[in-house]
Design a protein around this ligand. Structure first.
Ligand code: DGL
Length: 262
Protein backbone atom coordinates (compact mmCIF):
# COMPACT_ATOMS: atom_id res chain seq x y z
CA UNK A 1 0.00 0.00 0.00
CA UNK A 2 1.49 3.40 -0.95
CA UNK A 3 1.53 6.42 1.35
CA UNK A 4 -1.44 8.03 -0.41
CA UNK A 5 -3.61 5.07 0.50
CA UNK A 6 -2.38 5.05 4.05
CA UNK A 7 -3.30 8.68 4.62
CA UNK A 8 -6.79 8.00 3.30
CA UNK A 9 -7.40 5.22 5.75
CA UNK A 10 -9.65 6.06 8.71
CA UNK A 11 -8.75 6.95 12.25
CA UNK A 12 -10.34 4.32 14.51
CA UNK A 13 -12.11 5.42 17.69
CA UNK A 14 -13.09 3.05 20.46
CA UNK A 15 -15.21 3.43 23.55
CA UNK A 16 -17.27 1.07 25.69
CA UNK A 17 -20.38 2.74 24.29
CA UNK A 18 -21.45 6.17 23.08
CA UNK A 19 -19.07 8.17 25.31
CA UNK A 20 -16.13 8.41 22.95
CA UNK A 21 -18.35 10.36 20.54
CA UNK A 22 -17.50 13.39 22.72
CA UNK A 23 -13.86 12.98 21.68
CA UNK A 24 -14.64 12.15 18.05
CA UNK A 25 -16.63 15.37 17.84
CA UNK A 26 -13.57 17.46 18.81
CA UNK A 27 -11.32 15.53 16.42
CA UNK A 28 -13.71 16.25 13.55
CA UNK A 29 -13.67 19.95 14.39
CA UNK A 30 -9.88 20.05 14.32
CA UNK A 31 -9.39 17.59 11.43
CA UNK A 32 -12.49 17.67 9.21
CA UNK A 33 -10.68 16.06 6.27
CA UNK A 34 -10.00 12.80 8.09
CA UNK A 35 -12.12 9.69 7.65
CA UNK A 36 -13.27 8.18 10.93
CA UNK A 37 -14.64 4.87 12.12
CA UNK A 38 -16.11 4.57 15.58
CA UNK A 39 -16.78 1.39 17.50
CA UNK A 40 -18.90 1.46 20.65
CA UNK A 41 -19.15 -1.72 22.70
CA UNK A 42 -22.52 -0.90 24.25
CA UNK A 43 -23.33 -4.61 24.55
CA UNK A 44 -20.64 -4.96 27.22
CA UNK A 45 -20.87 -1.49 28.80
CA UNK A 46 -20.18 -0.47 31.44
CA UNK A 47 -16.57 -1.63 31.69
CA UNK A 48 -15.82 0.51 34.74
CA UNK A 49 -17.12 -2.00 37.28
CA UNK A 50 -15.73 -5.14 35.59
CA UNK A 51 -12.58 -7.07 36.55
CA UNK A 52 -9.48 -5.52 34.97
CA UNK A 53 -8.59 -8.64 32.94
CA UNK A 54 -12.02 -8.62 31.35
CA UNK A 55 -11.66 -4.95 30.40
CA UNK A 56 -8.32 -5.75 28.76
CA UNK A 57 -9.72 -8.62 26.70
CA UNK A 58 -12.72 -6.58 25.55
CA UNK A 59 -10.46 -3.68 24.63
CA UNK A 60 -8.09 -5.87 22.58
CA UNK A 61 -11.07 -7.31 20.68
CA UNK A 62 -12.37 -3.83 19.91
CA UNK A 63 -8.99 -2.64 18.64
CA UNK A 64 -8.70 -5.73 16.42
CA UNK A 65 -12.08 -4.85 14.92
CA UNK A 66 -10.90 -1.32 14.06
CA UNK A 67 -7.62 -2.56 12.61
CA UNK A 68 -9.46 -5.06 10.43
CA UNK A 69 -11.43 -2.11 9.10
CA UNK A 70 -8.13 -0.52 8.07
CA UNK A 71 -7.54 2.04 10.86
CA UNK A 72 -4.25 3.94 10.42
CA UNK A 73 -4.30 5.21 14.02
CA UNK A 74 -6.33 4.36 17.11
CA UNK A 75 -7.92 6.59 19.73
CA UNK A 76 -8.88 4.71 22.87
CA UNK A 77 -11.60 7.23 23.67
CA UNK A 78 -12.29 5.69 27.06
CA UNK A 79 -10.58 6.54 30.33
CA UNK A 80 -11.26 3.11 31.80
CA UNK A 81 -9.76 1.16 28.88
CA UNK A 82 -6.86 3.61 28.65
CA UNK A 83 -6.08 3.12 32.34
CA UNK A 84 -5.76 -0.64 32.10
CA UNK A 85 -4.67 -1.34 28.54
CA UNK A 86 -2.86 1.54 26.84
CA UNK A 87 0.67 0.43 27.71
CA UNK A 88 0.20 -3.15 26.56
CA UNK A 89 -1.62 -1.99 23.41
CA UNK A 90 1.31 0.24 22.47
CA UNK A 91 3.70 -2.67 22.97
CA UNK A 92 1.54 -4.96 20.87
CA UNK A 93 0.90 -2.57 17.95
CA UNK A 94 4.20 -0.77 17.70
CA UNK A 95 3.79 0.55 14.17
CA UNK A 96 0.60 2.60 14.58
CA UNK A 97 -0.10 5.59 16.80
CA UNK A 98 -2.35 4.72 19.74
CA UNK A 99 -3.73 7.69 21.62
CA UNK A 100 -5.42 7.41 24.99
CA UNK A 101 -7.43 9.73 27.23
CA UNK A 102 -6.95 10.78 30.83
CA UNK A 103 -8.71 13.10 33.27
CA UNK A 104 -7.71 16.72 32.54
CA UNK A 105 -6.36 17.37 36.01
CA UNK A 106 -3.54 19.69 34.93
CA UNK A 107 -5.74 22.48 33.49
CA UNK A 108 -8.00 22.25 36.55
CA UNK A 109 -5.01 22.72 38.88
CA UNK A 110 -3.62 25.56 36.76
CA UNK A 111 -6.83 27.54 37.20
CA UNK A 112 -5.81 27.97 40.83
CA UNK A 113 -9.38 28.34 42.02
CA UNK A 114 -10.10 28.04 45.69
CA UNK A 115 -11.72 24.78 46.85
CA UNK A 116 -11.83 21.11 45.95
CA UNK A 117 -11.15 19.65 42.52
CA UNK A 118 -13.64 16.83 42.02
CA UNK A 119 -12.72 14.11 39.54
CA UNK A 120 -15.77 12.21 38.33
CA UNK A 121 -14.89 8.88 36.70
CA UNK A 122 -15.60 5.15 36.77
CA UNK A 123 -14.43 3.11 39.80
CA UNK A 124 -11.65 1.41 37.76
CA UNK A 125 -10.18 4.67 36.43
CA UNK A 126 -9.86 6.08 39.93
CA UNK A 127 -8.06 3.10 41.46
CA UNK A 128 -5.65 2.45 38.60
CA UNK A 129 -1.98 3.48 38.72
CA UNK A 130 -2.36 5.93 35.83
CA UNK A 131 -4.73 8.14 37.81
CA UNK A 132 -2.62 7.95 40.95
CA UNK A 133 0.44 9.04 38.96
CA UNK A 134 -1.54 11.96 37.60
CA UNK A 135 -2.39 13.06 41.14
CA UNK A 136 1.24 12.71 42.21
CA UNK A 137 2.39 14.77 39.21
CA UNK A 138 -0.15 17.58 39.26
CA UNK A 139 -2.35 17.39 42.30
CA UNK A 140 0.09 17.45 45.21
CA UNK A 141 -0.79 20.97 46.32
CA UNK A 142 -4.49 20.79 45.56
CA UNK A 143 -7.46 19.25 47.30
CA UNK A 144 -8.29 16.38 44.97
CA UNK A 145 -11.55 14.49 45.50
CA UNK A 146 -11.96 11.35 43.37
CA UNK A 147 -15.68 10.67 42.89
CA UNK A 148 -16.51 7.23 41.46
CA UNK A 149 -19.82 7.44 39.60
CA UNK A 150 -20.96 3.83 39.08
CA UNK A 151 -24.34 3.89 37.36
CA UNK A 152 -23.86 7.09 35.38
CA UNK A 153 -22.63 5.42 32.19
CA UNK A 154 -25.75 3.20 32.23
CA UNK A 155 -28.03 6.25 32.40
CA UNK A 156 -26.30 7.91 29.45
CA UNK A 157 -26.23 4.68 27.45
CA UNK A 158 -30.00 4.44 27.90
CA UNK A 159 -30.38 7.84 26.28
CA UNK A 160 -30.75 9.97 29.42
CA UNK A 161 -28.66 13.14 29.13
CA UNK A 162 -30.90 15.54 31.05
CA UNK A 163 -34.00 15.64 33.25
CA UNK A 164 -35.20 14.78 36.70
CA UNK A 165 -33.79 11.26 37.07
CA UNK A 166 -30.31 12.41 36.09
CA UNK A 167 -30.59 15.49 38.29
CA UNK A 168 -31.42 13.25 41.27
CA UNK A 169 -28.49 10.97 40.54
CA UNK A 170 -26.03 13.85 40.28
CA UNK A 171 -27.39 15.70 43.31
CA UNK A 172 -27.04 12.58 45.44
CA UNK A 173 -23.50 11.92 44.20
CA UNK A 174 -22.33 15.49 44.76
CA UNK A 175 -24.37 16.25 47.88
CA UNK A 176 -21.47 16.27 50.30
CA UNK A 177 -19.63 18.91 48.24
CA UNK A 178 -22.47 21.27 47.50
CA UNK A 179 -22.06 23.34 50.66
CA UNK A 180 -18.35 23.86 50.27
CA UNK A 181 -16.21 25.56 47.62
CA UNK A 182 -15.70 23.59 44.42
CA UNK A 183 -12.67 24.76 42.43
CA UNK A 184 -13.51 22.70 39.35
CA UNK A 185 -15.04 19.43 38.22
CA UNK A 186 -12.96 17.22 35.95
CA UNK A 187 -14.85 14.76 33.76
CA UNK A 188 -12.73 11.61 33.82
CA UNK A 189 -15.07 9.57 31.66
CA UNK A 190 -15.81 10.31 28.03
CA UNK A 191 -19.54 9.72 28.53
CA UNK A 192 -19.89 12.59 30.98
CA UNK A 193 -19.56 15.63 28.65
CA UNK A 194 -23.02 14.68 27.40
CA UNK A 195 -24.55 15.44 30.81
CA UNK A 196 -22.69 18.72 31.18
CA UNK A 197 -25.81 20.87 31.18
CA UNK A 198 -27.55 18.95 33.97
CA UNK A 199 -24.34 18.80 35.99
CA UNK A 200 -23.91 22.55 35.67
CA UNK A 201 -27.44 23.01 37.06
CA UNK A 202 -26.54 20.89 40.08
CA UNK A 203 -23.21 22.54 40.95
CA UNK A 204 -24.08 26.05 39.78
CA UNK A 205 -23.10 28.06 36.72
CA UNK A 206 -19.83 29.33 38.20
CA UNK A 207 -18.11 26.01 38.70
CA UNK A 208 -15.84 25.18 35.73
CA UNK A 209 -16.43 21.73 34.26
CA UNK A 210 -13.39 20.45 32.39
CA UNK A 211 -13.17 17.60 29.94
CA UNK A 212 -10.10 16.34 28.17
CA UNK A 213 -11.48 15.79 24.68
CA UNK A 214 -9.83 18.81 23.10
CA UNK A 215 -6.42 17.81 24.45
CA UNK A 216 -6.89 14.30 23.06
CA UNK A 217 -7.93 15.60 19.63
CA UNK A 218 -4.85 17.84 19.51
CA UNK A 219 -2.64 14.94 20.55
CA UNK A 220 -4.14 12.84 17.74
CA UNK A 221 -3.28 15.58 15.25
CA UNK A 222 0.30 15.80 16.56
CA UNK A 223 0.70 12.03 16.19
CA UNK A 224 -0.73 11.97 12.67
CA UNK A 225 1.66 14.74 11.63
CA UNK A 226 4.60 13.01 13.31
CA UNK A 227 3.86 9.72 11.48
CA UNK A 228 3.15 11.50 8.19
CA UNK A 229 -0.43 10.21 8.28
CA UNK A 230 -2.49 13.40 8.11
CA UNK A 231 -5.05 13.21 5.32
CA UNK A 232 -4.39 15.90 2.75
CA UNK A 233 -7.34 15.22 0.45
CA UNK A 234 -9.67 18.08 -0.29
CA UNK A 235 -13.19 18.04 1.05
CA UNK A 236 -14.82 16.60 4.14
CA UNK A 237 -13.98 13.18 5.47
CA UNK A 238 -16.49 10.46 6.29
CA UNK A 239 -17.72 8.96 9.57
CA UNK A 240 -18.93 5.42 10.10
CA UNK A 241 -20.32 4.32 13.44
CA UNK A 242 -20.47 0.68 14.53
CA UNK A 243 -21.89 -0.74 17.72
CA UNK A 244 -21.75 -4.22 19.24
CA UNK A 245 -25.44 -3.97 20.09
CA UNK A 246 -27.43 -5.13 17.13
CA UNK A 247 -29.90 -2.25 17.46
CA UNK A 248 -30.49 0.65 15.12
CA UNK A 249 -31.49 2.90 18.05
CA UNK A 250 -28.01 2.93 19.57
CA UNK A 251 -26.38 3.89 16.26
CA UNK A 252 -29.02 6.60 15.70
CA UNK A 253 -28.39 7.88 19.23
CA UNK A 254 -24.64 7.96 18.52
CA UNK A 255 -25.15 10.11 15.40
CA UNK A 256 -27.51 12.35 17.37
CA UNK A 257 -24.82 12.91 20.00
CA UNK A 258 -22.25 13.57 17.29
CA UNK A 259 -24.22 16.09 15.29
CA UNK A 260 -26.55 17.47 17.97
CA UNK A 261 -25.80 20.50 20.08
CA UNK A 262 -23.83 19.85 23.24
N1 DGL B 1 -16.50 6.19 28.48
C1 DGL B 1 -15.88 5.26 29.38
C2 DGL B 1 -14.77 5.98 30.14
O1 DGL B 1 -14.28 6.99 29.66
C3 DGL B 1 -16.91 4.54 30.19
C4 DGL B 1 -16.41 3.28 30.79
C5 DGL B 1 -17.44 2.28 31.20
O2 DGL B 1 -18.05 1.65 30.33
O3 DGL B 1 -17.64 2.09 32.41
O4 DGL B 1 -14.32 5.57 31.18
Amino acid sequence: MDMGDTKNRPVGFFDTGVGGISVLKRAMEIMPKENYIYFGDSKNAPYGTRPVEEVKTLTYDAIEFLLEKGAKAIVVACNTATSVAIESLRKKYKSIPIIGVEPALKPAVEMRHEGKIIIMATPITLVEKKFNNLVINYGKNSEIEPLPCAGLVELIESGITEGEELNHFLTEKLEKYLNSKIAAIVLGCTHYPFINRELQKVVGENVPIIDGSEGTAKELKRKLVEHNLLNEENGEGTVEIYNSLDRKEIVDFSYKLLYGKK
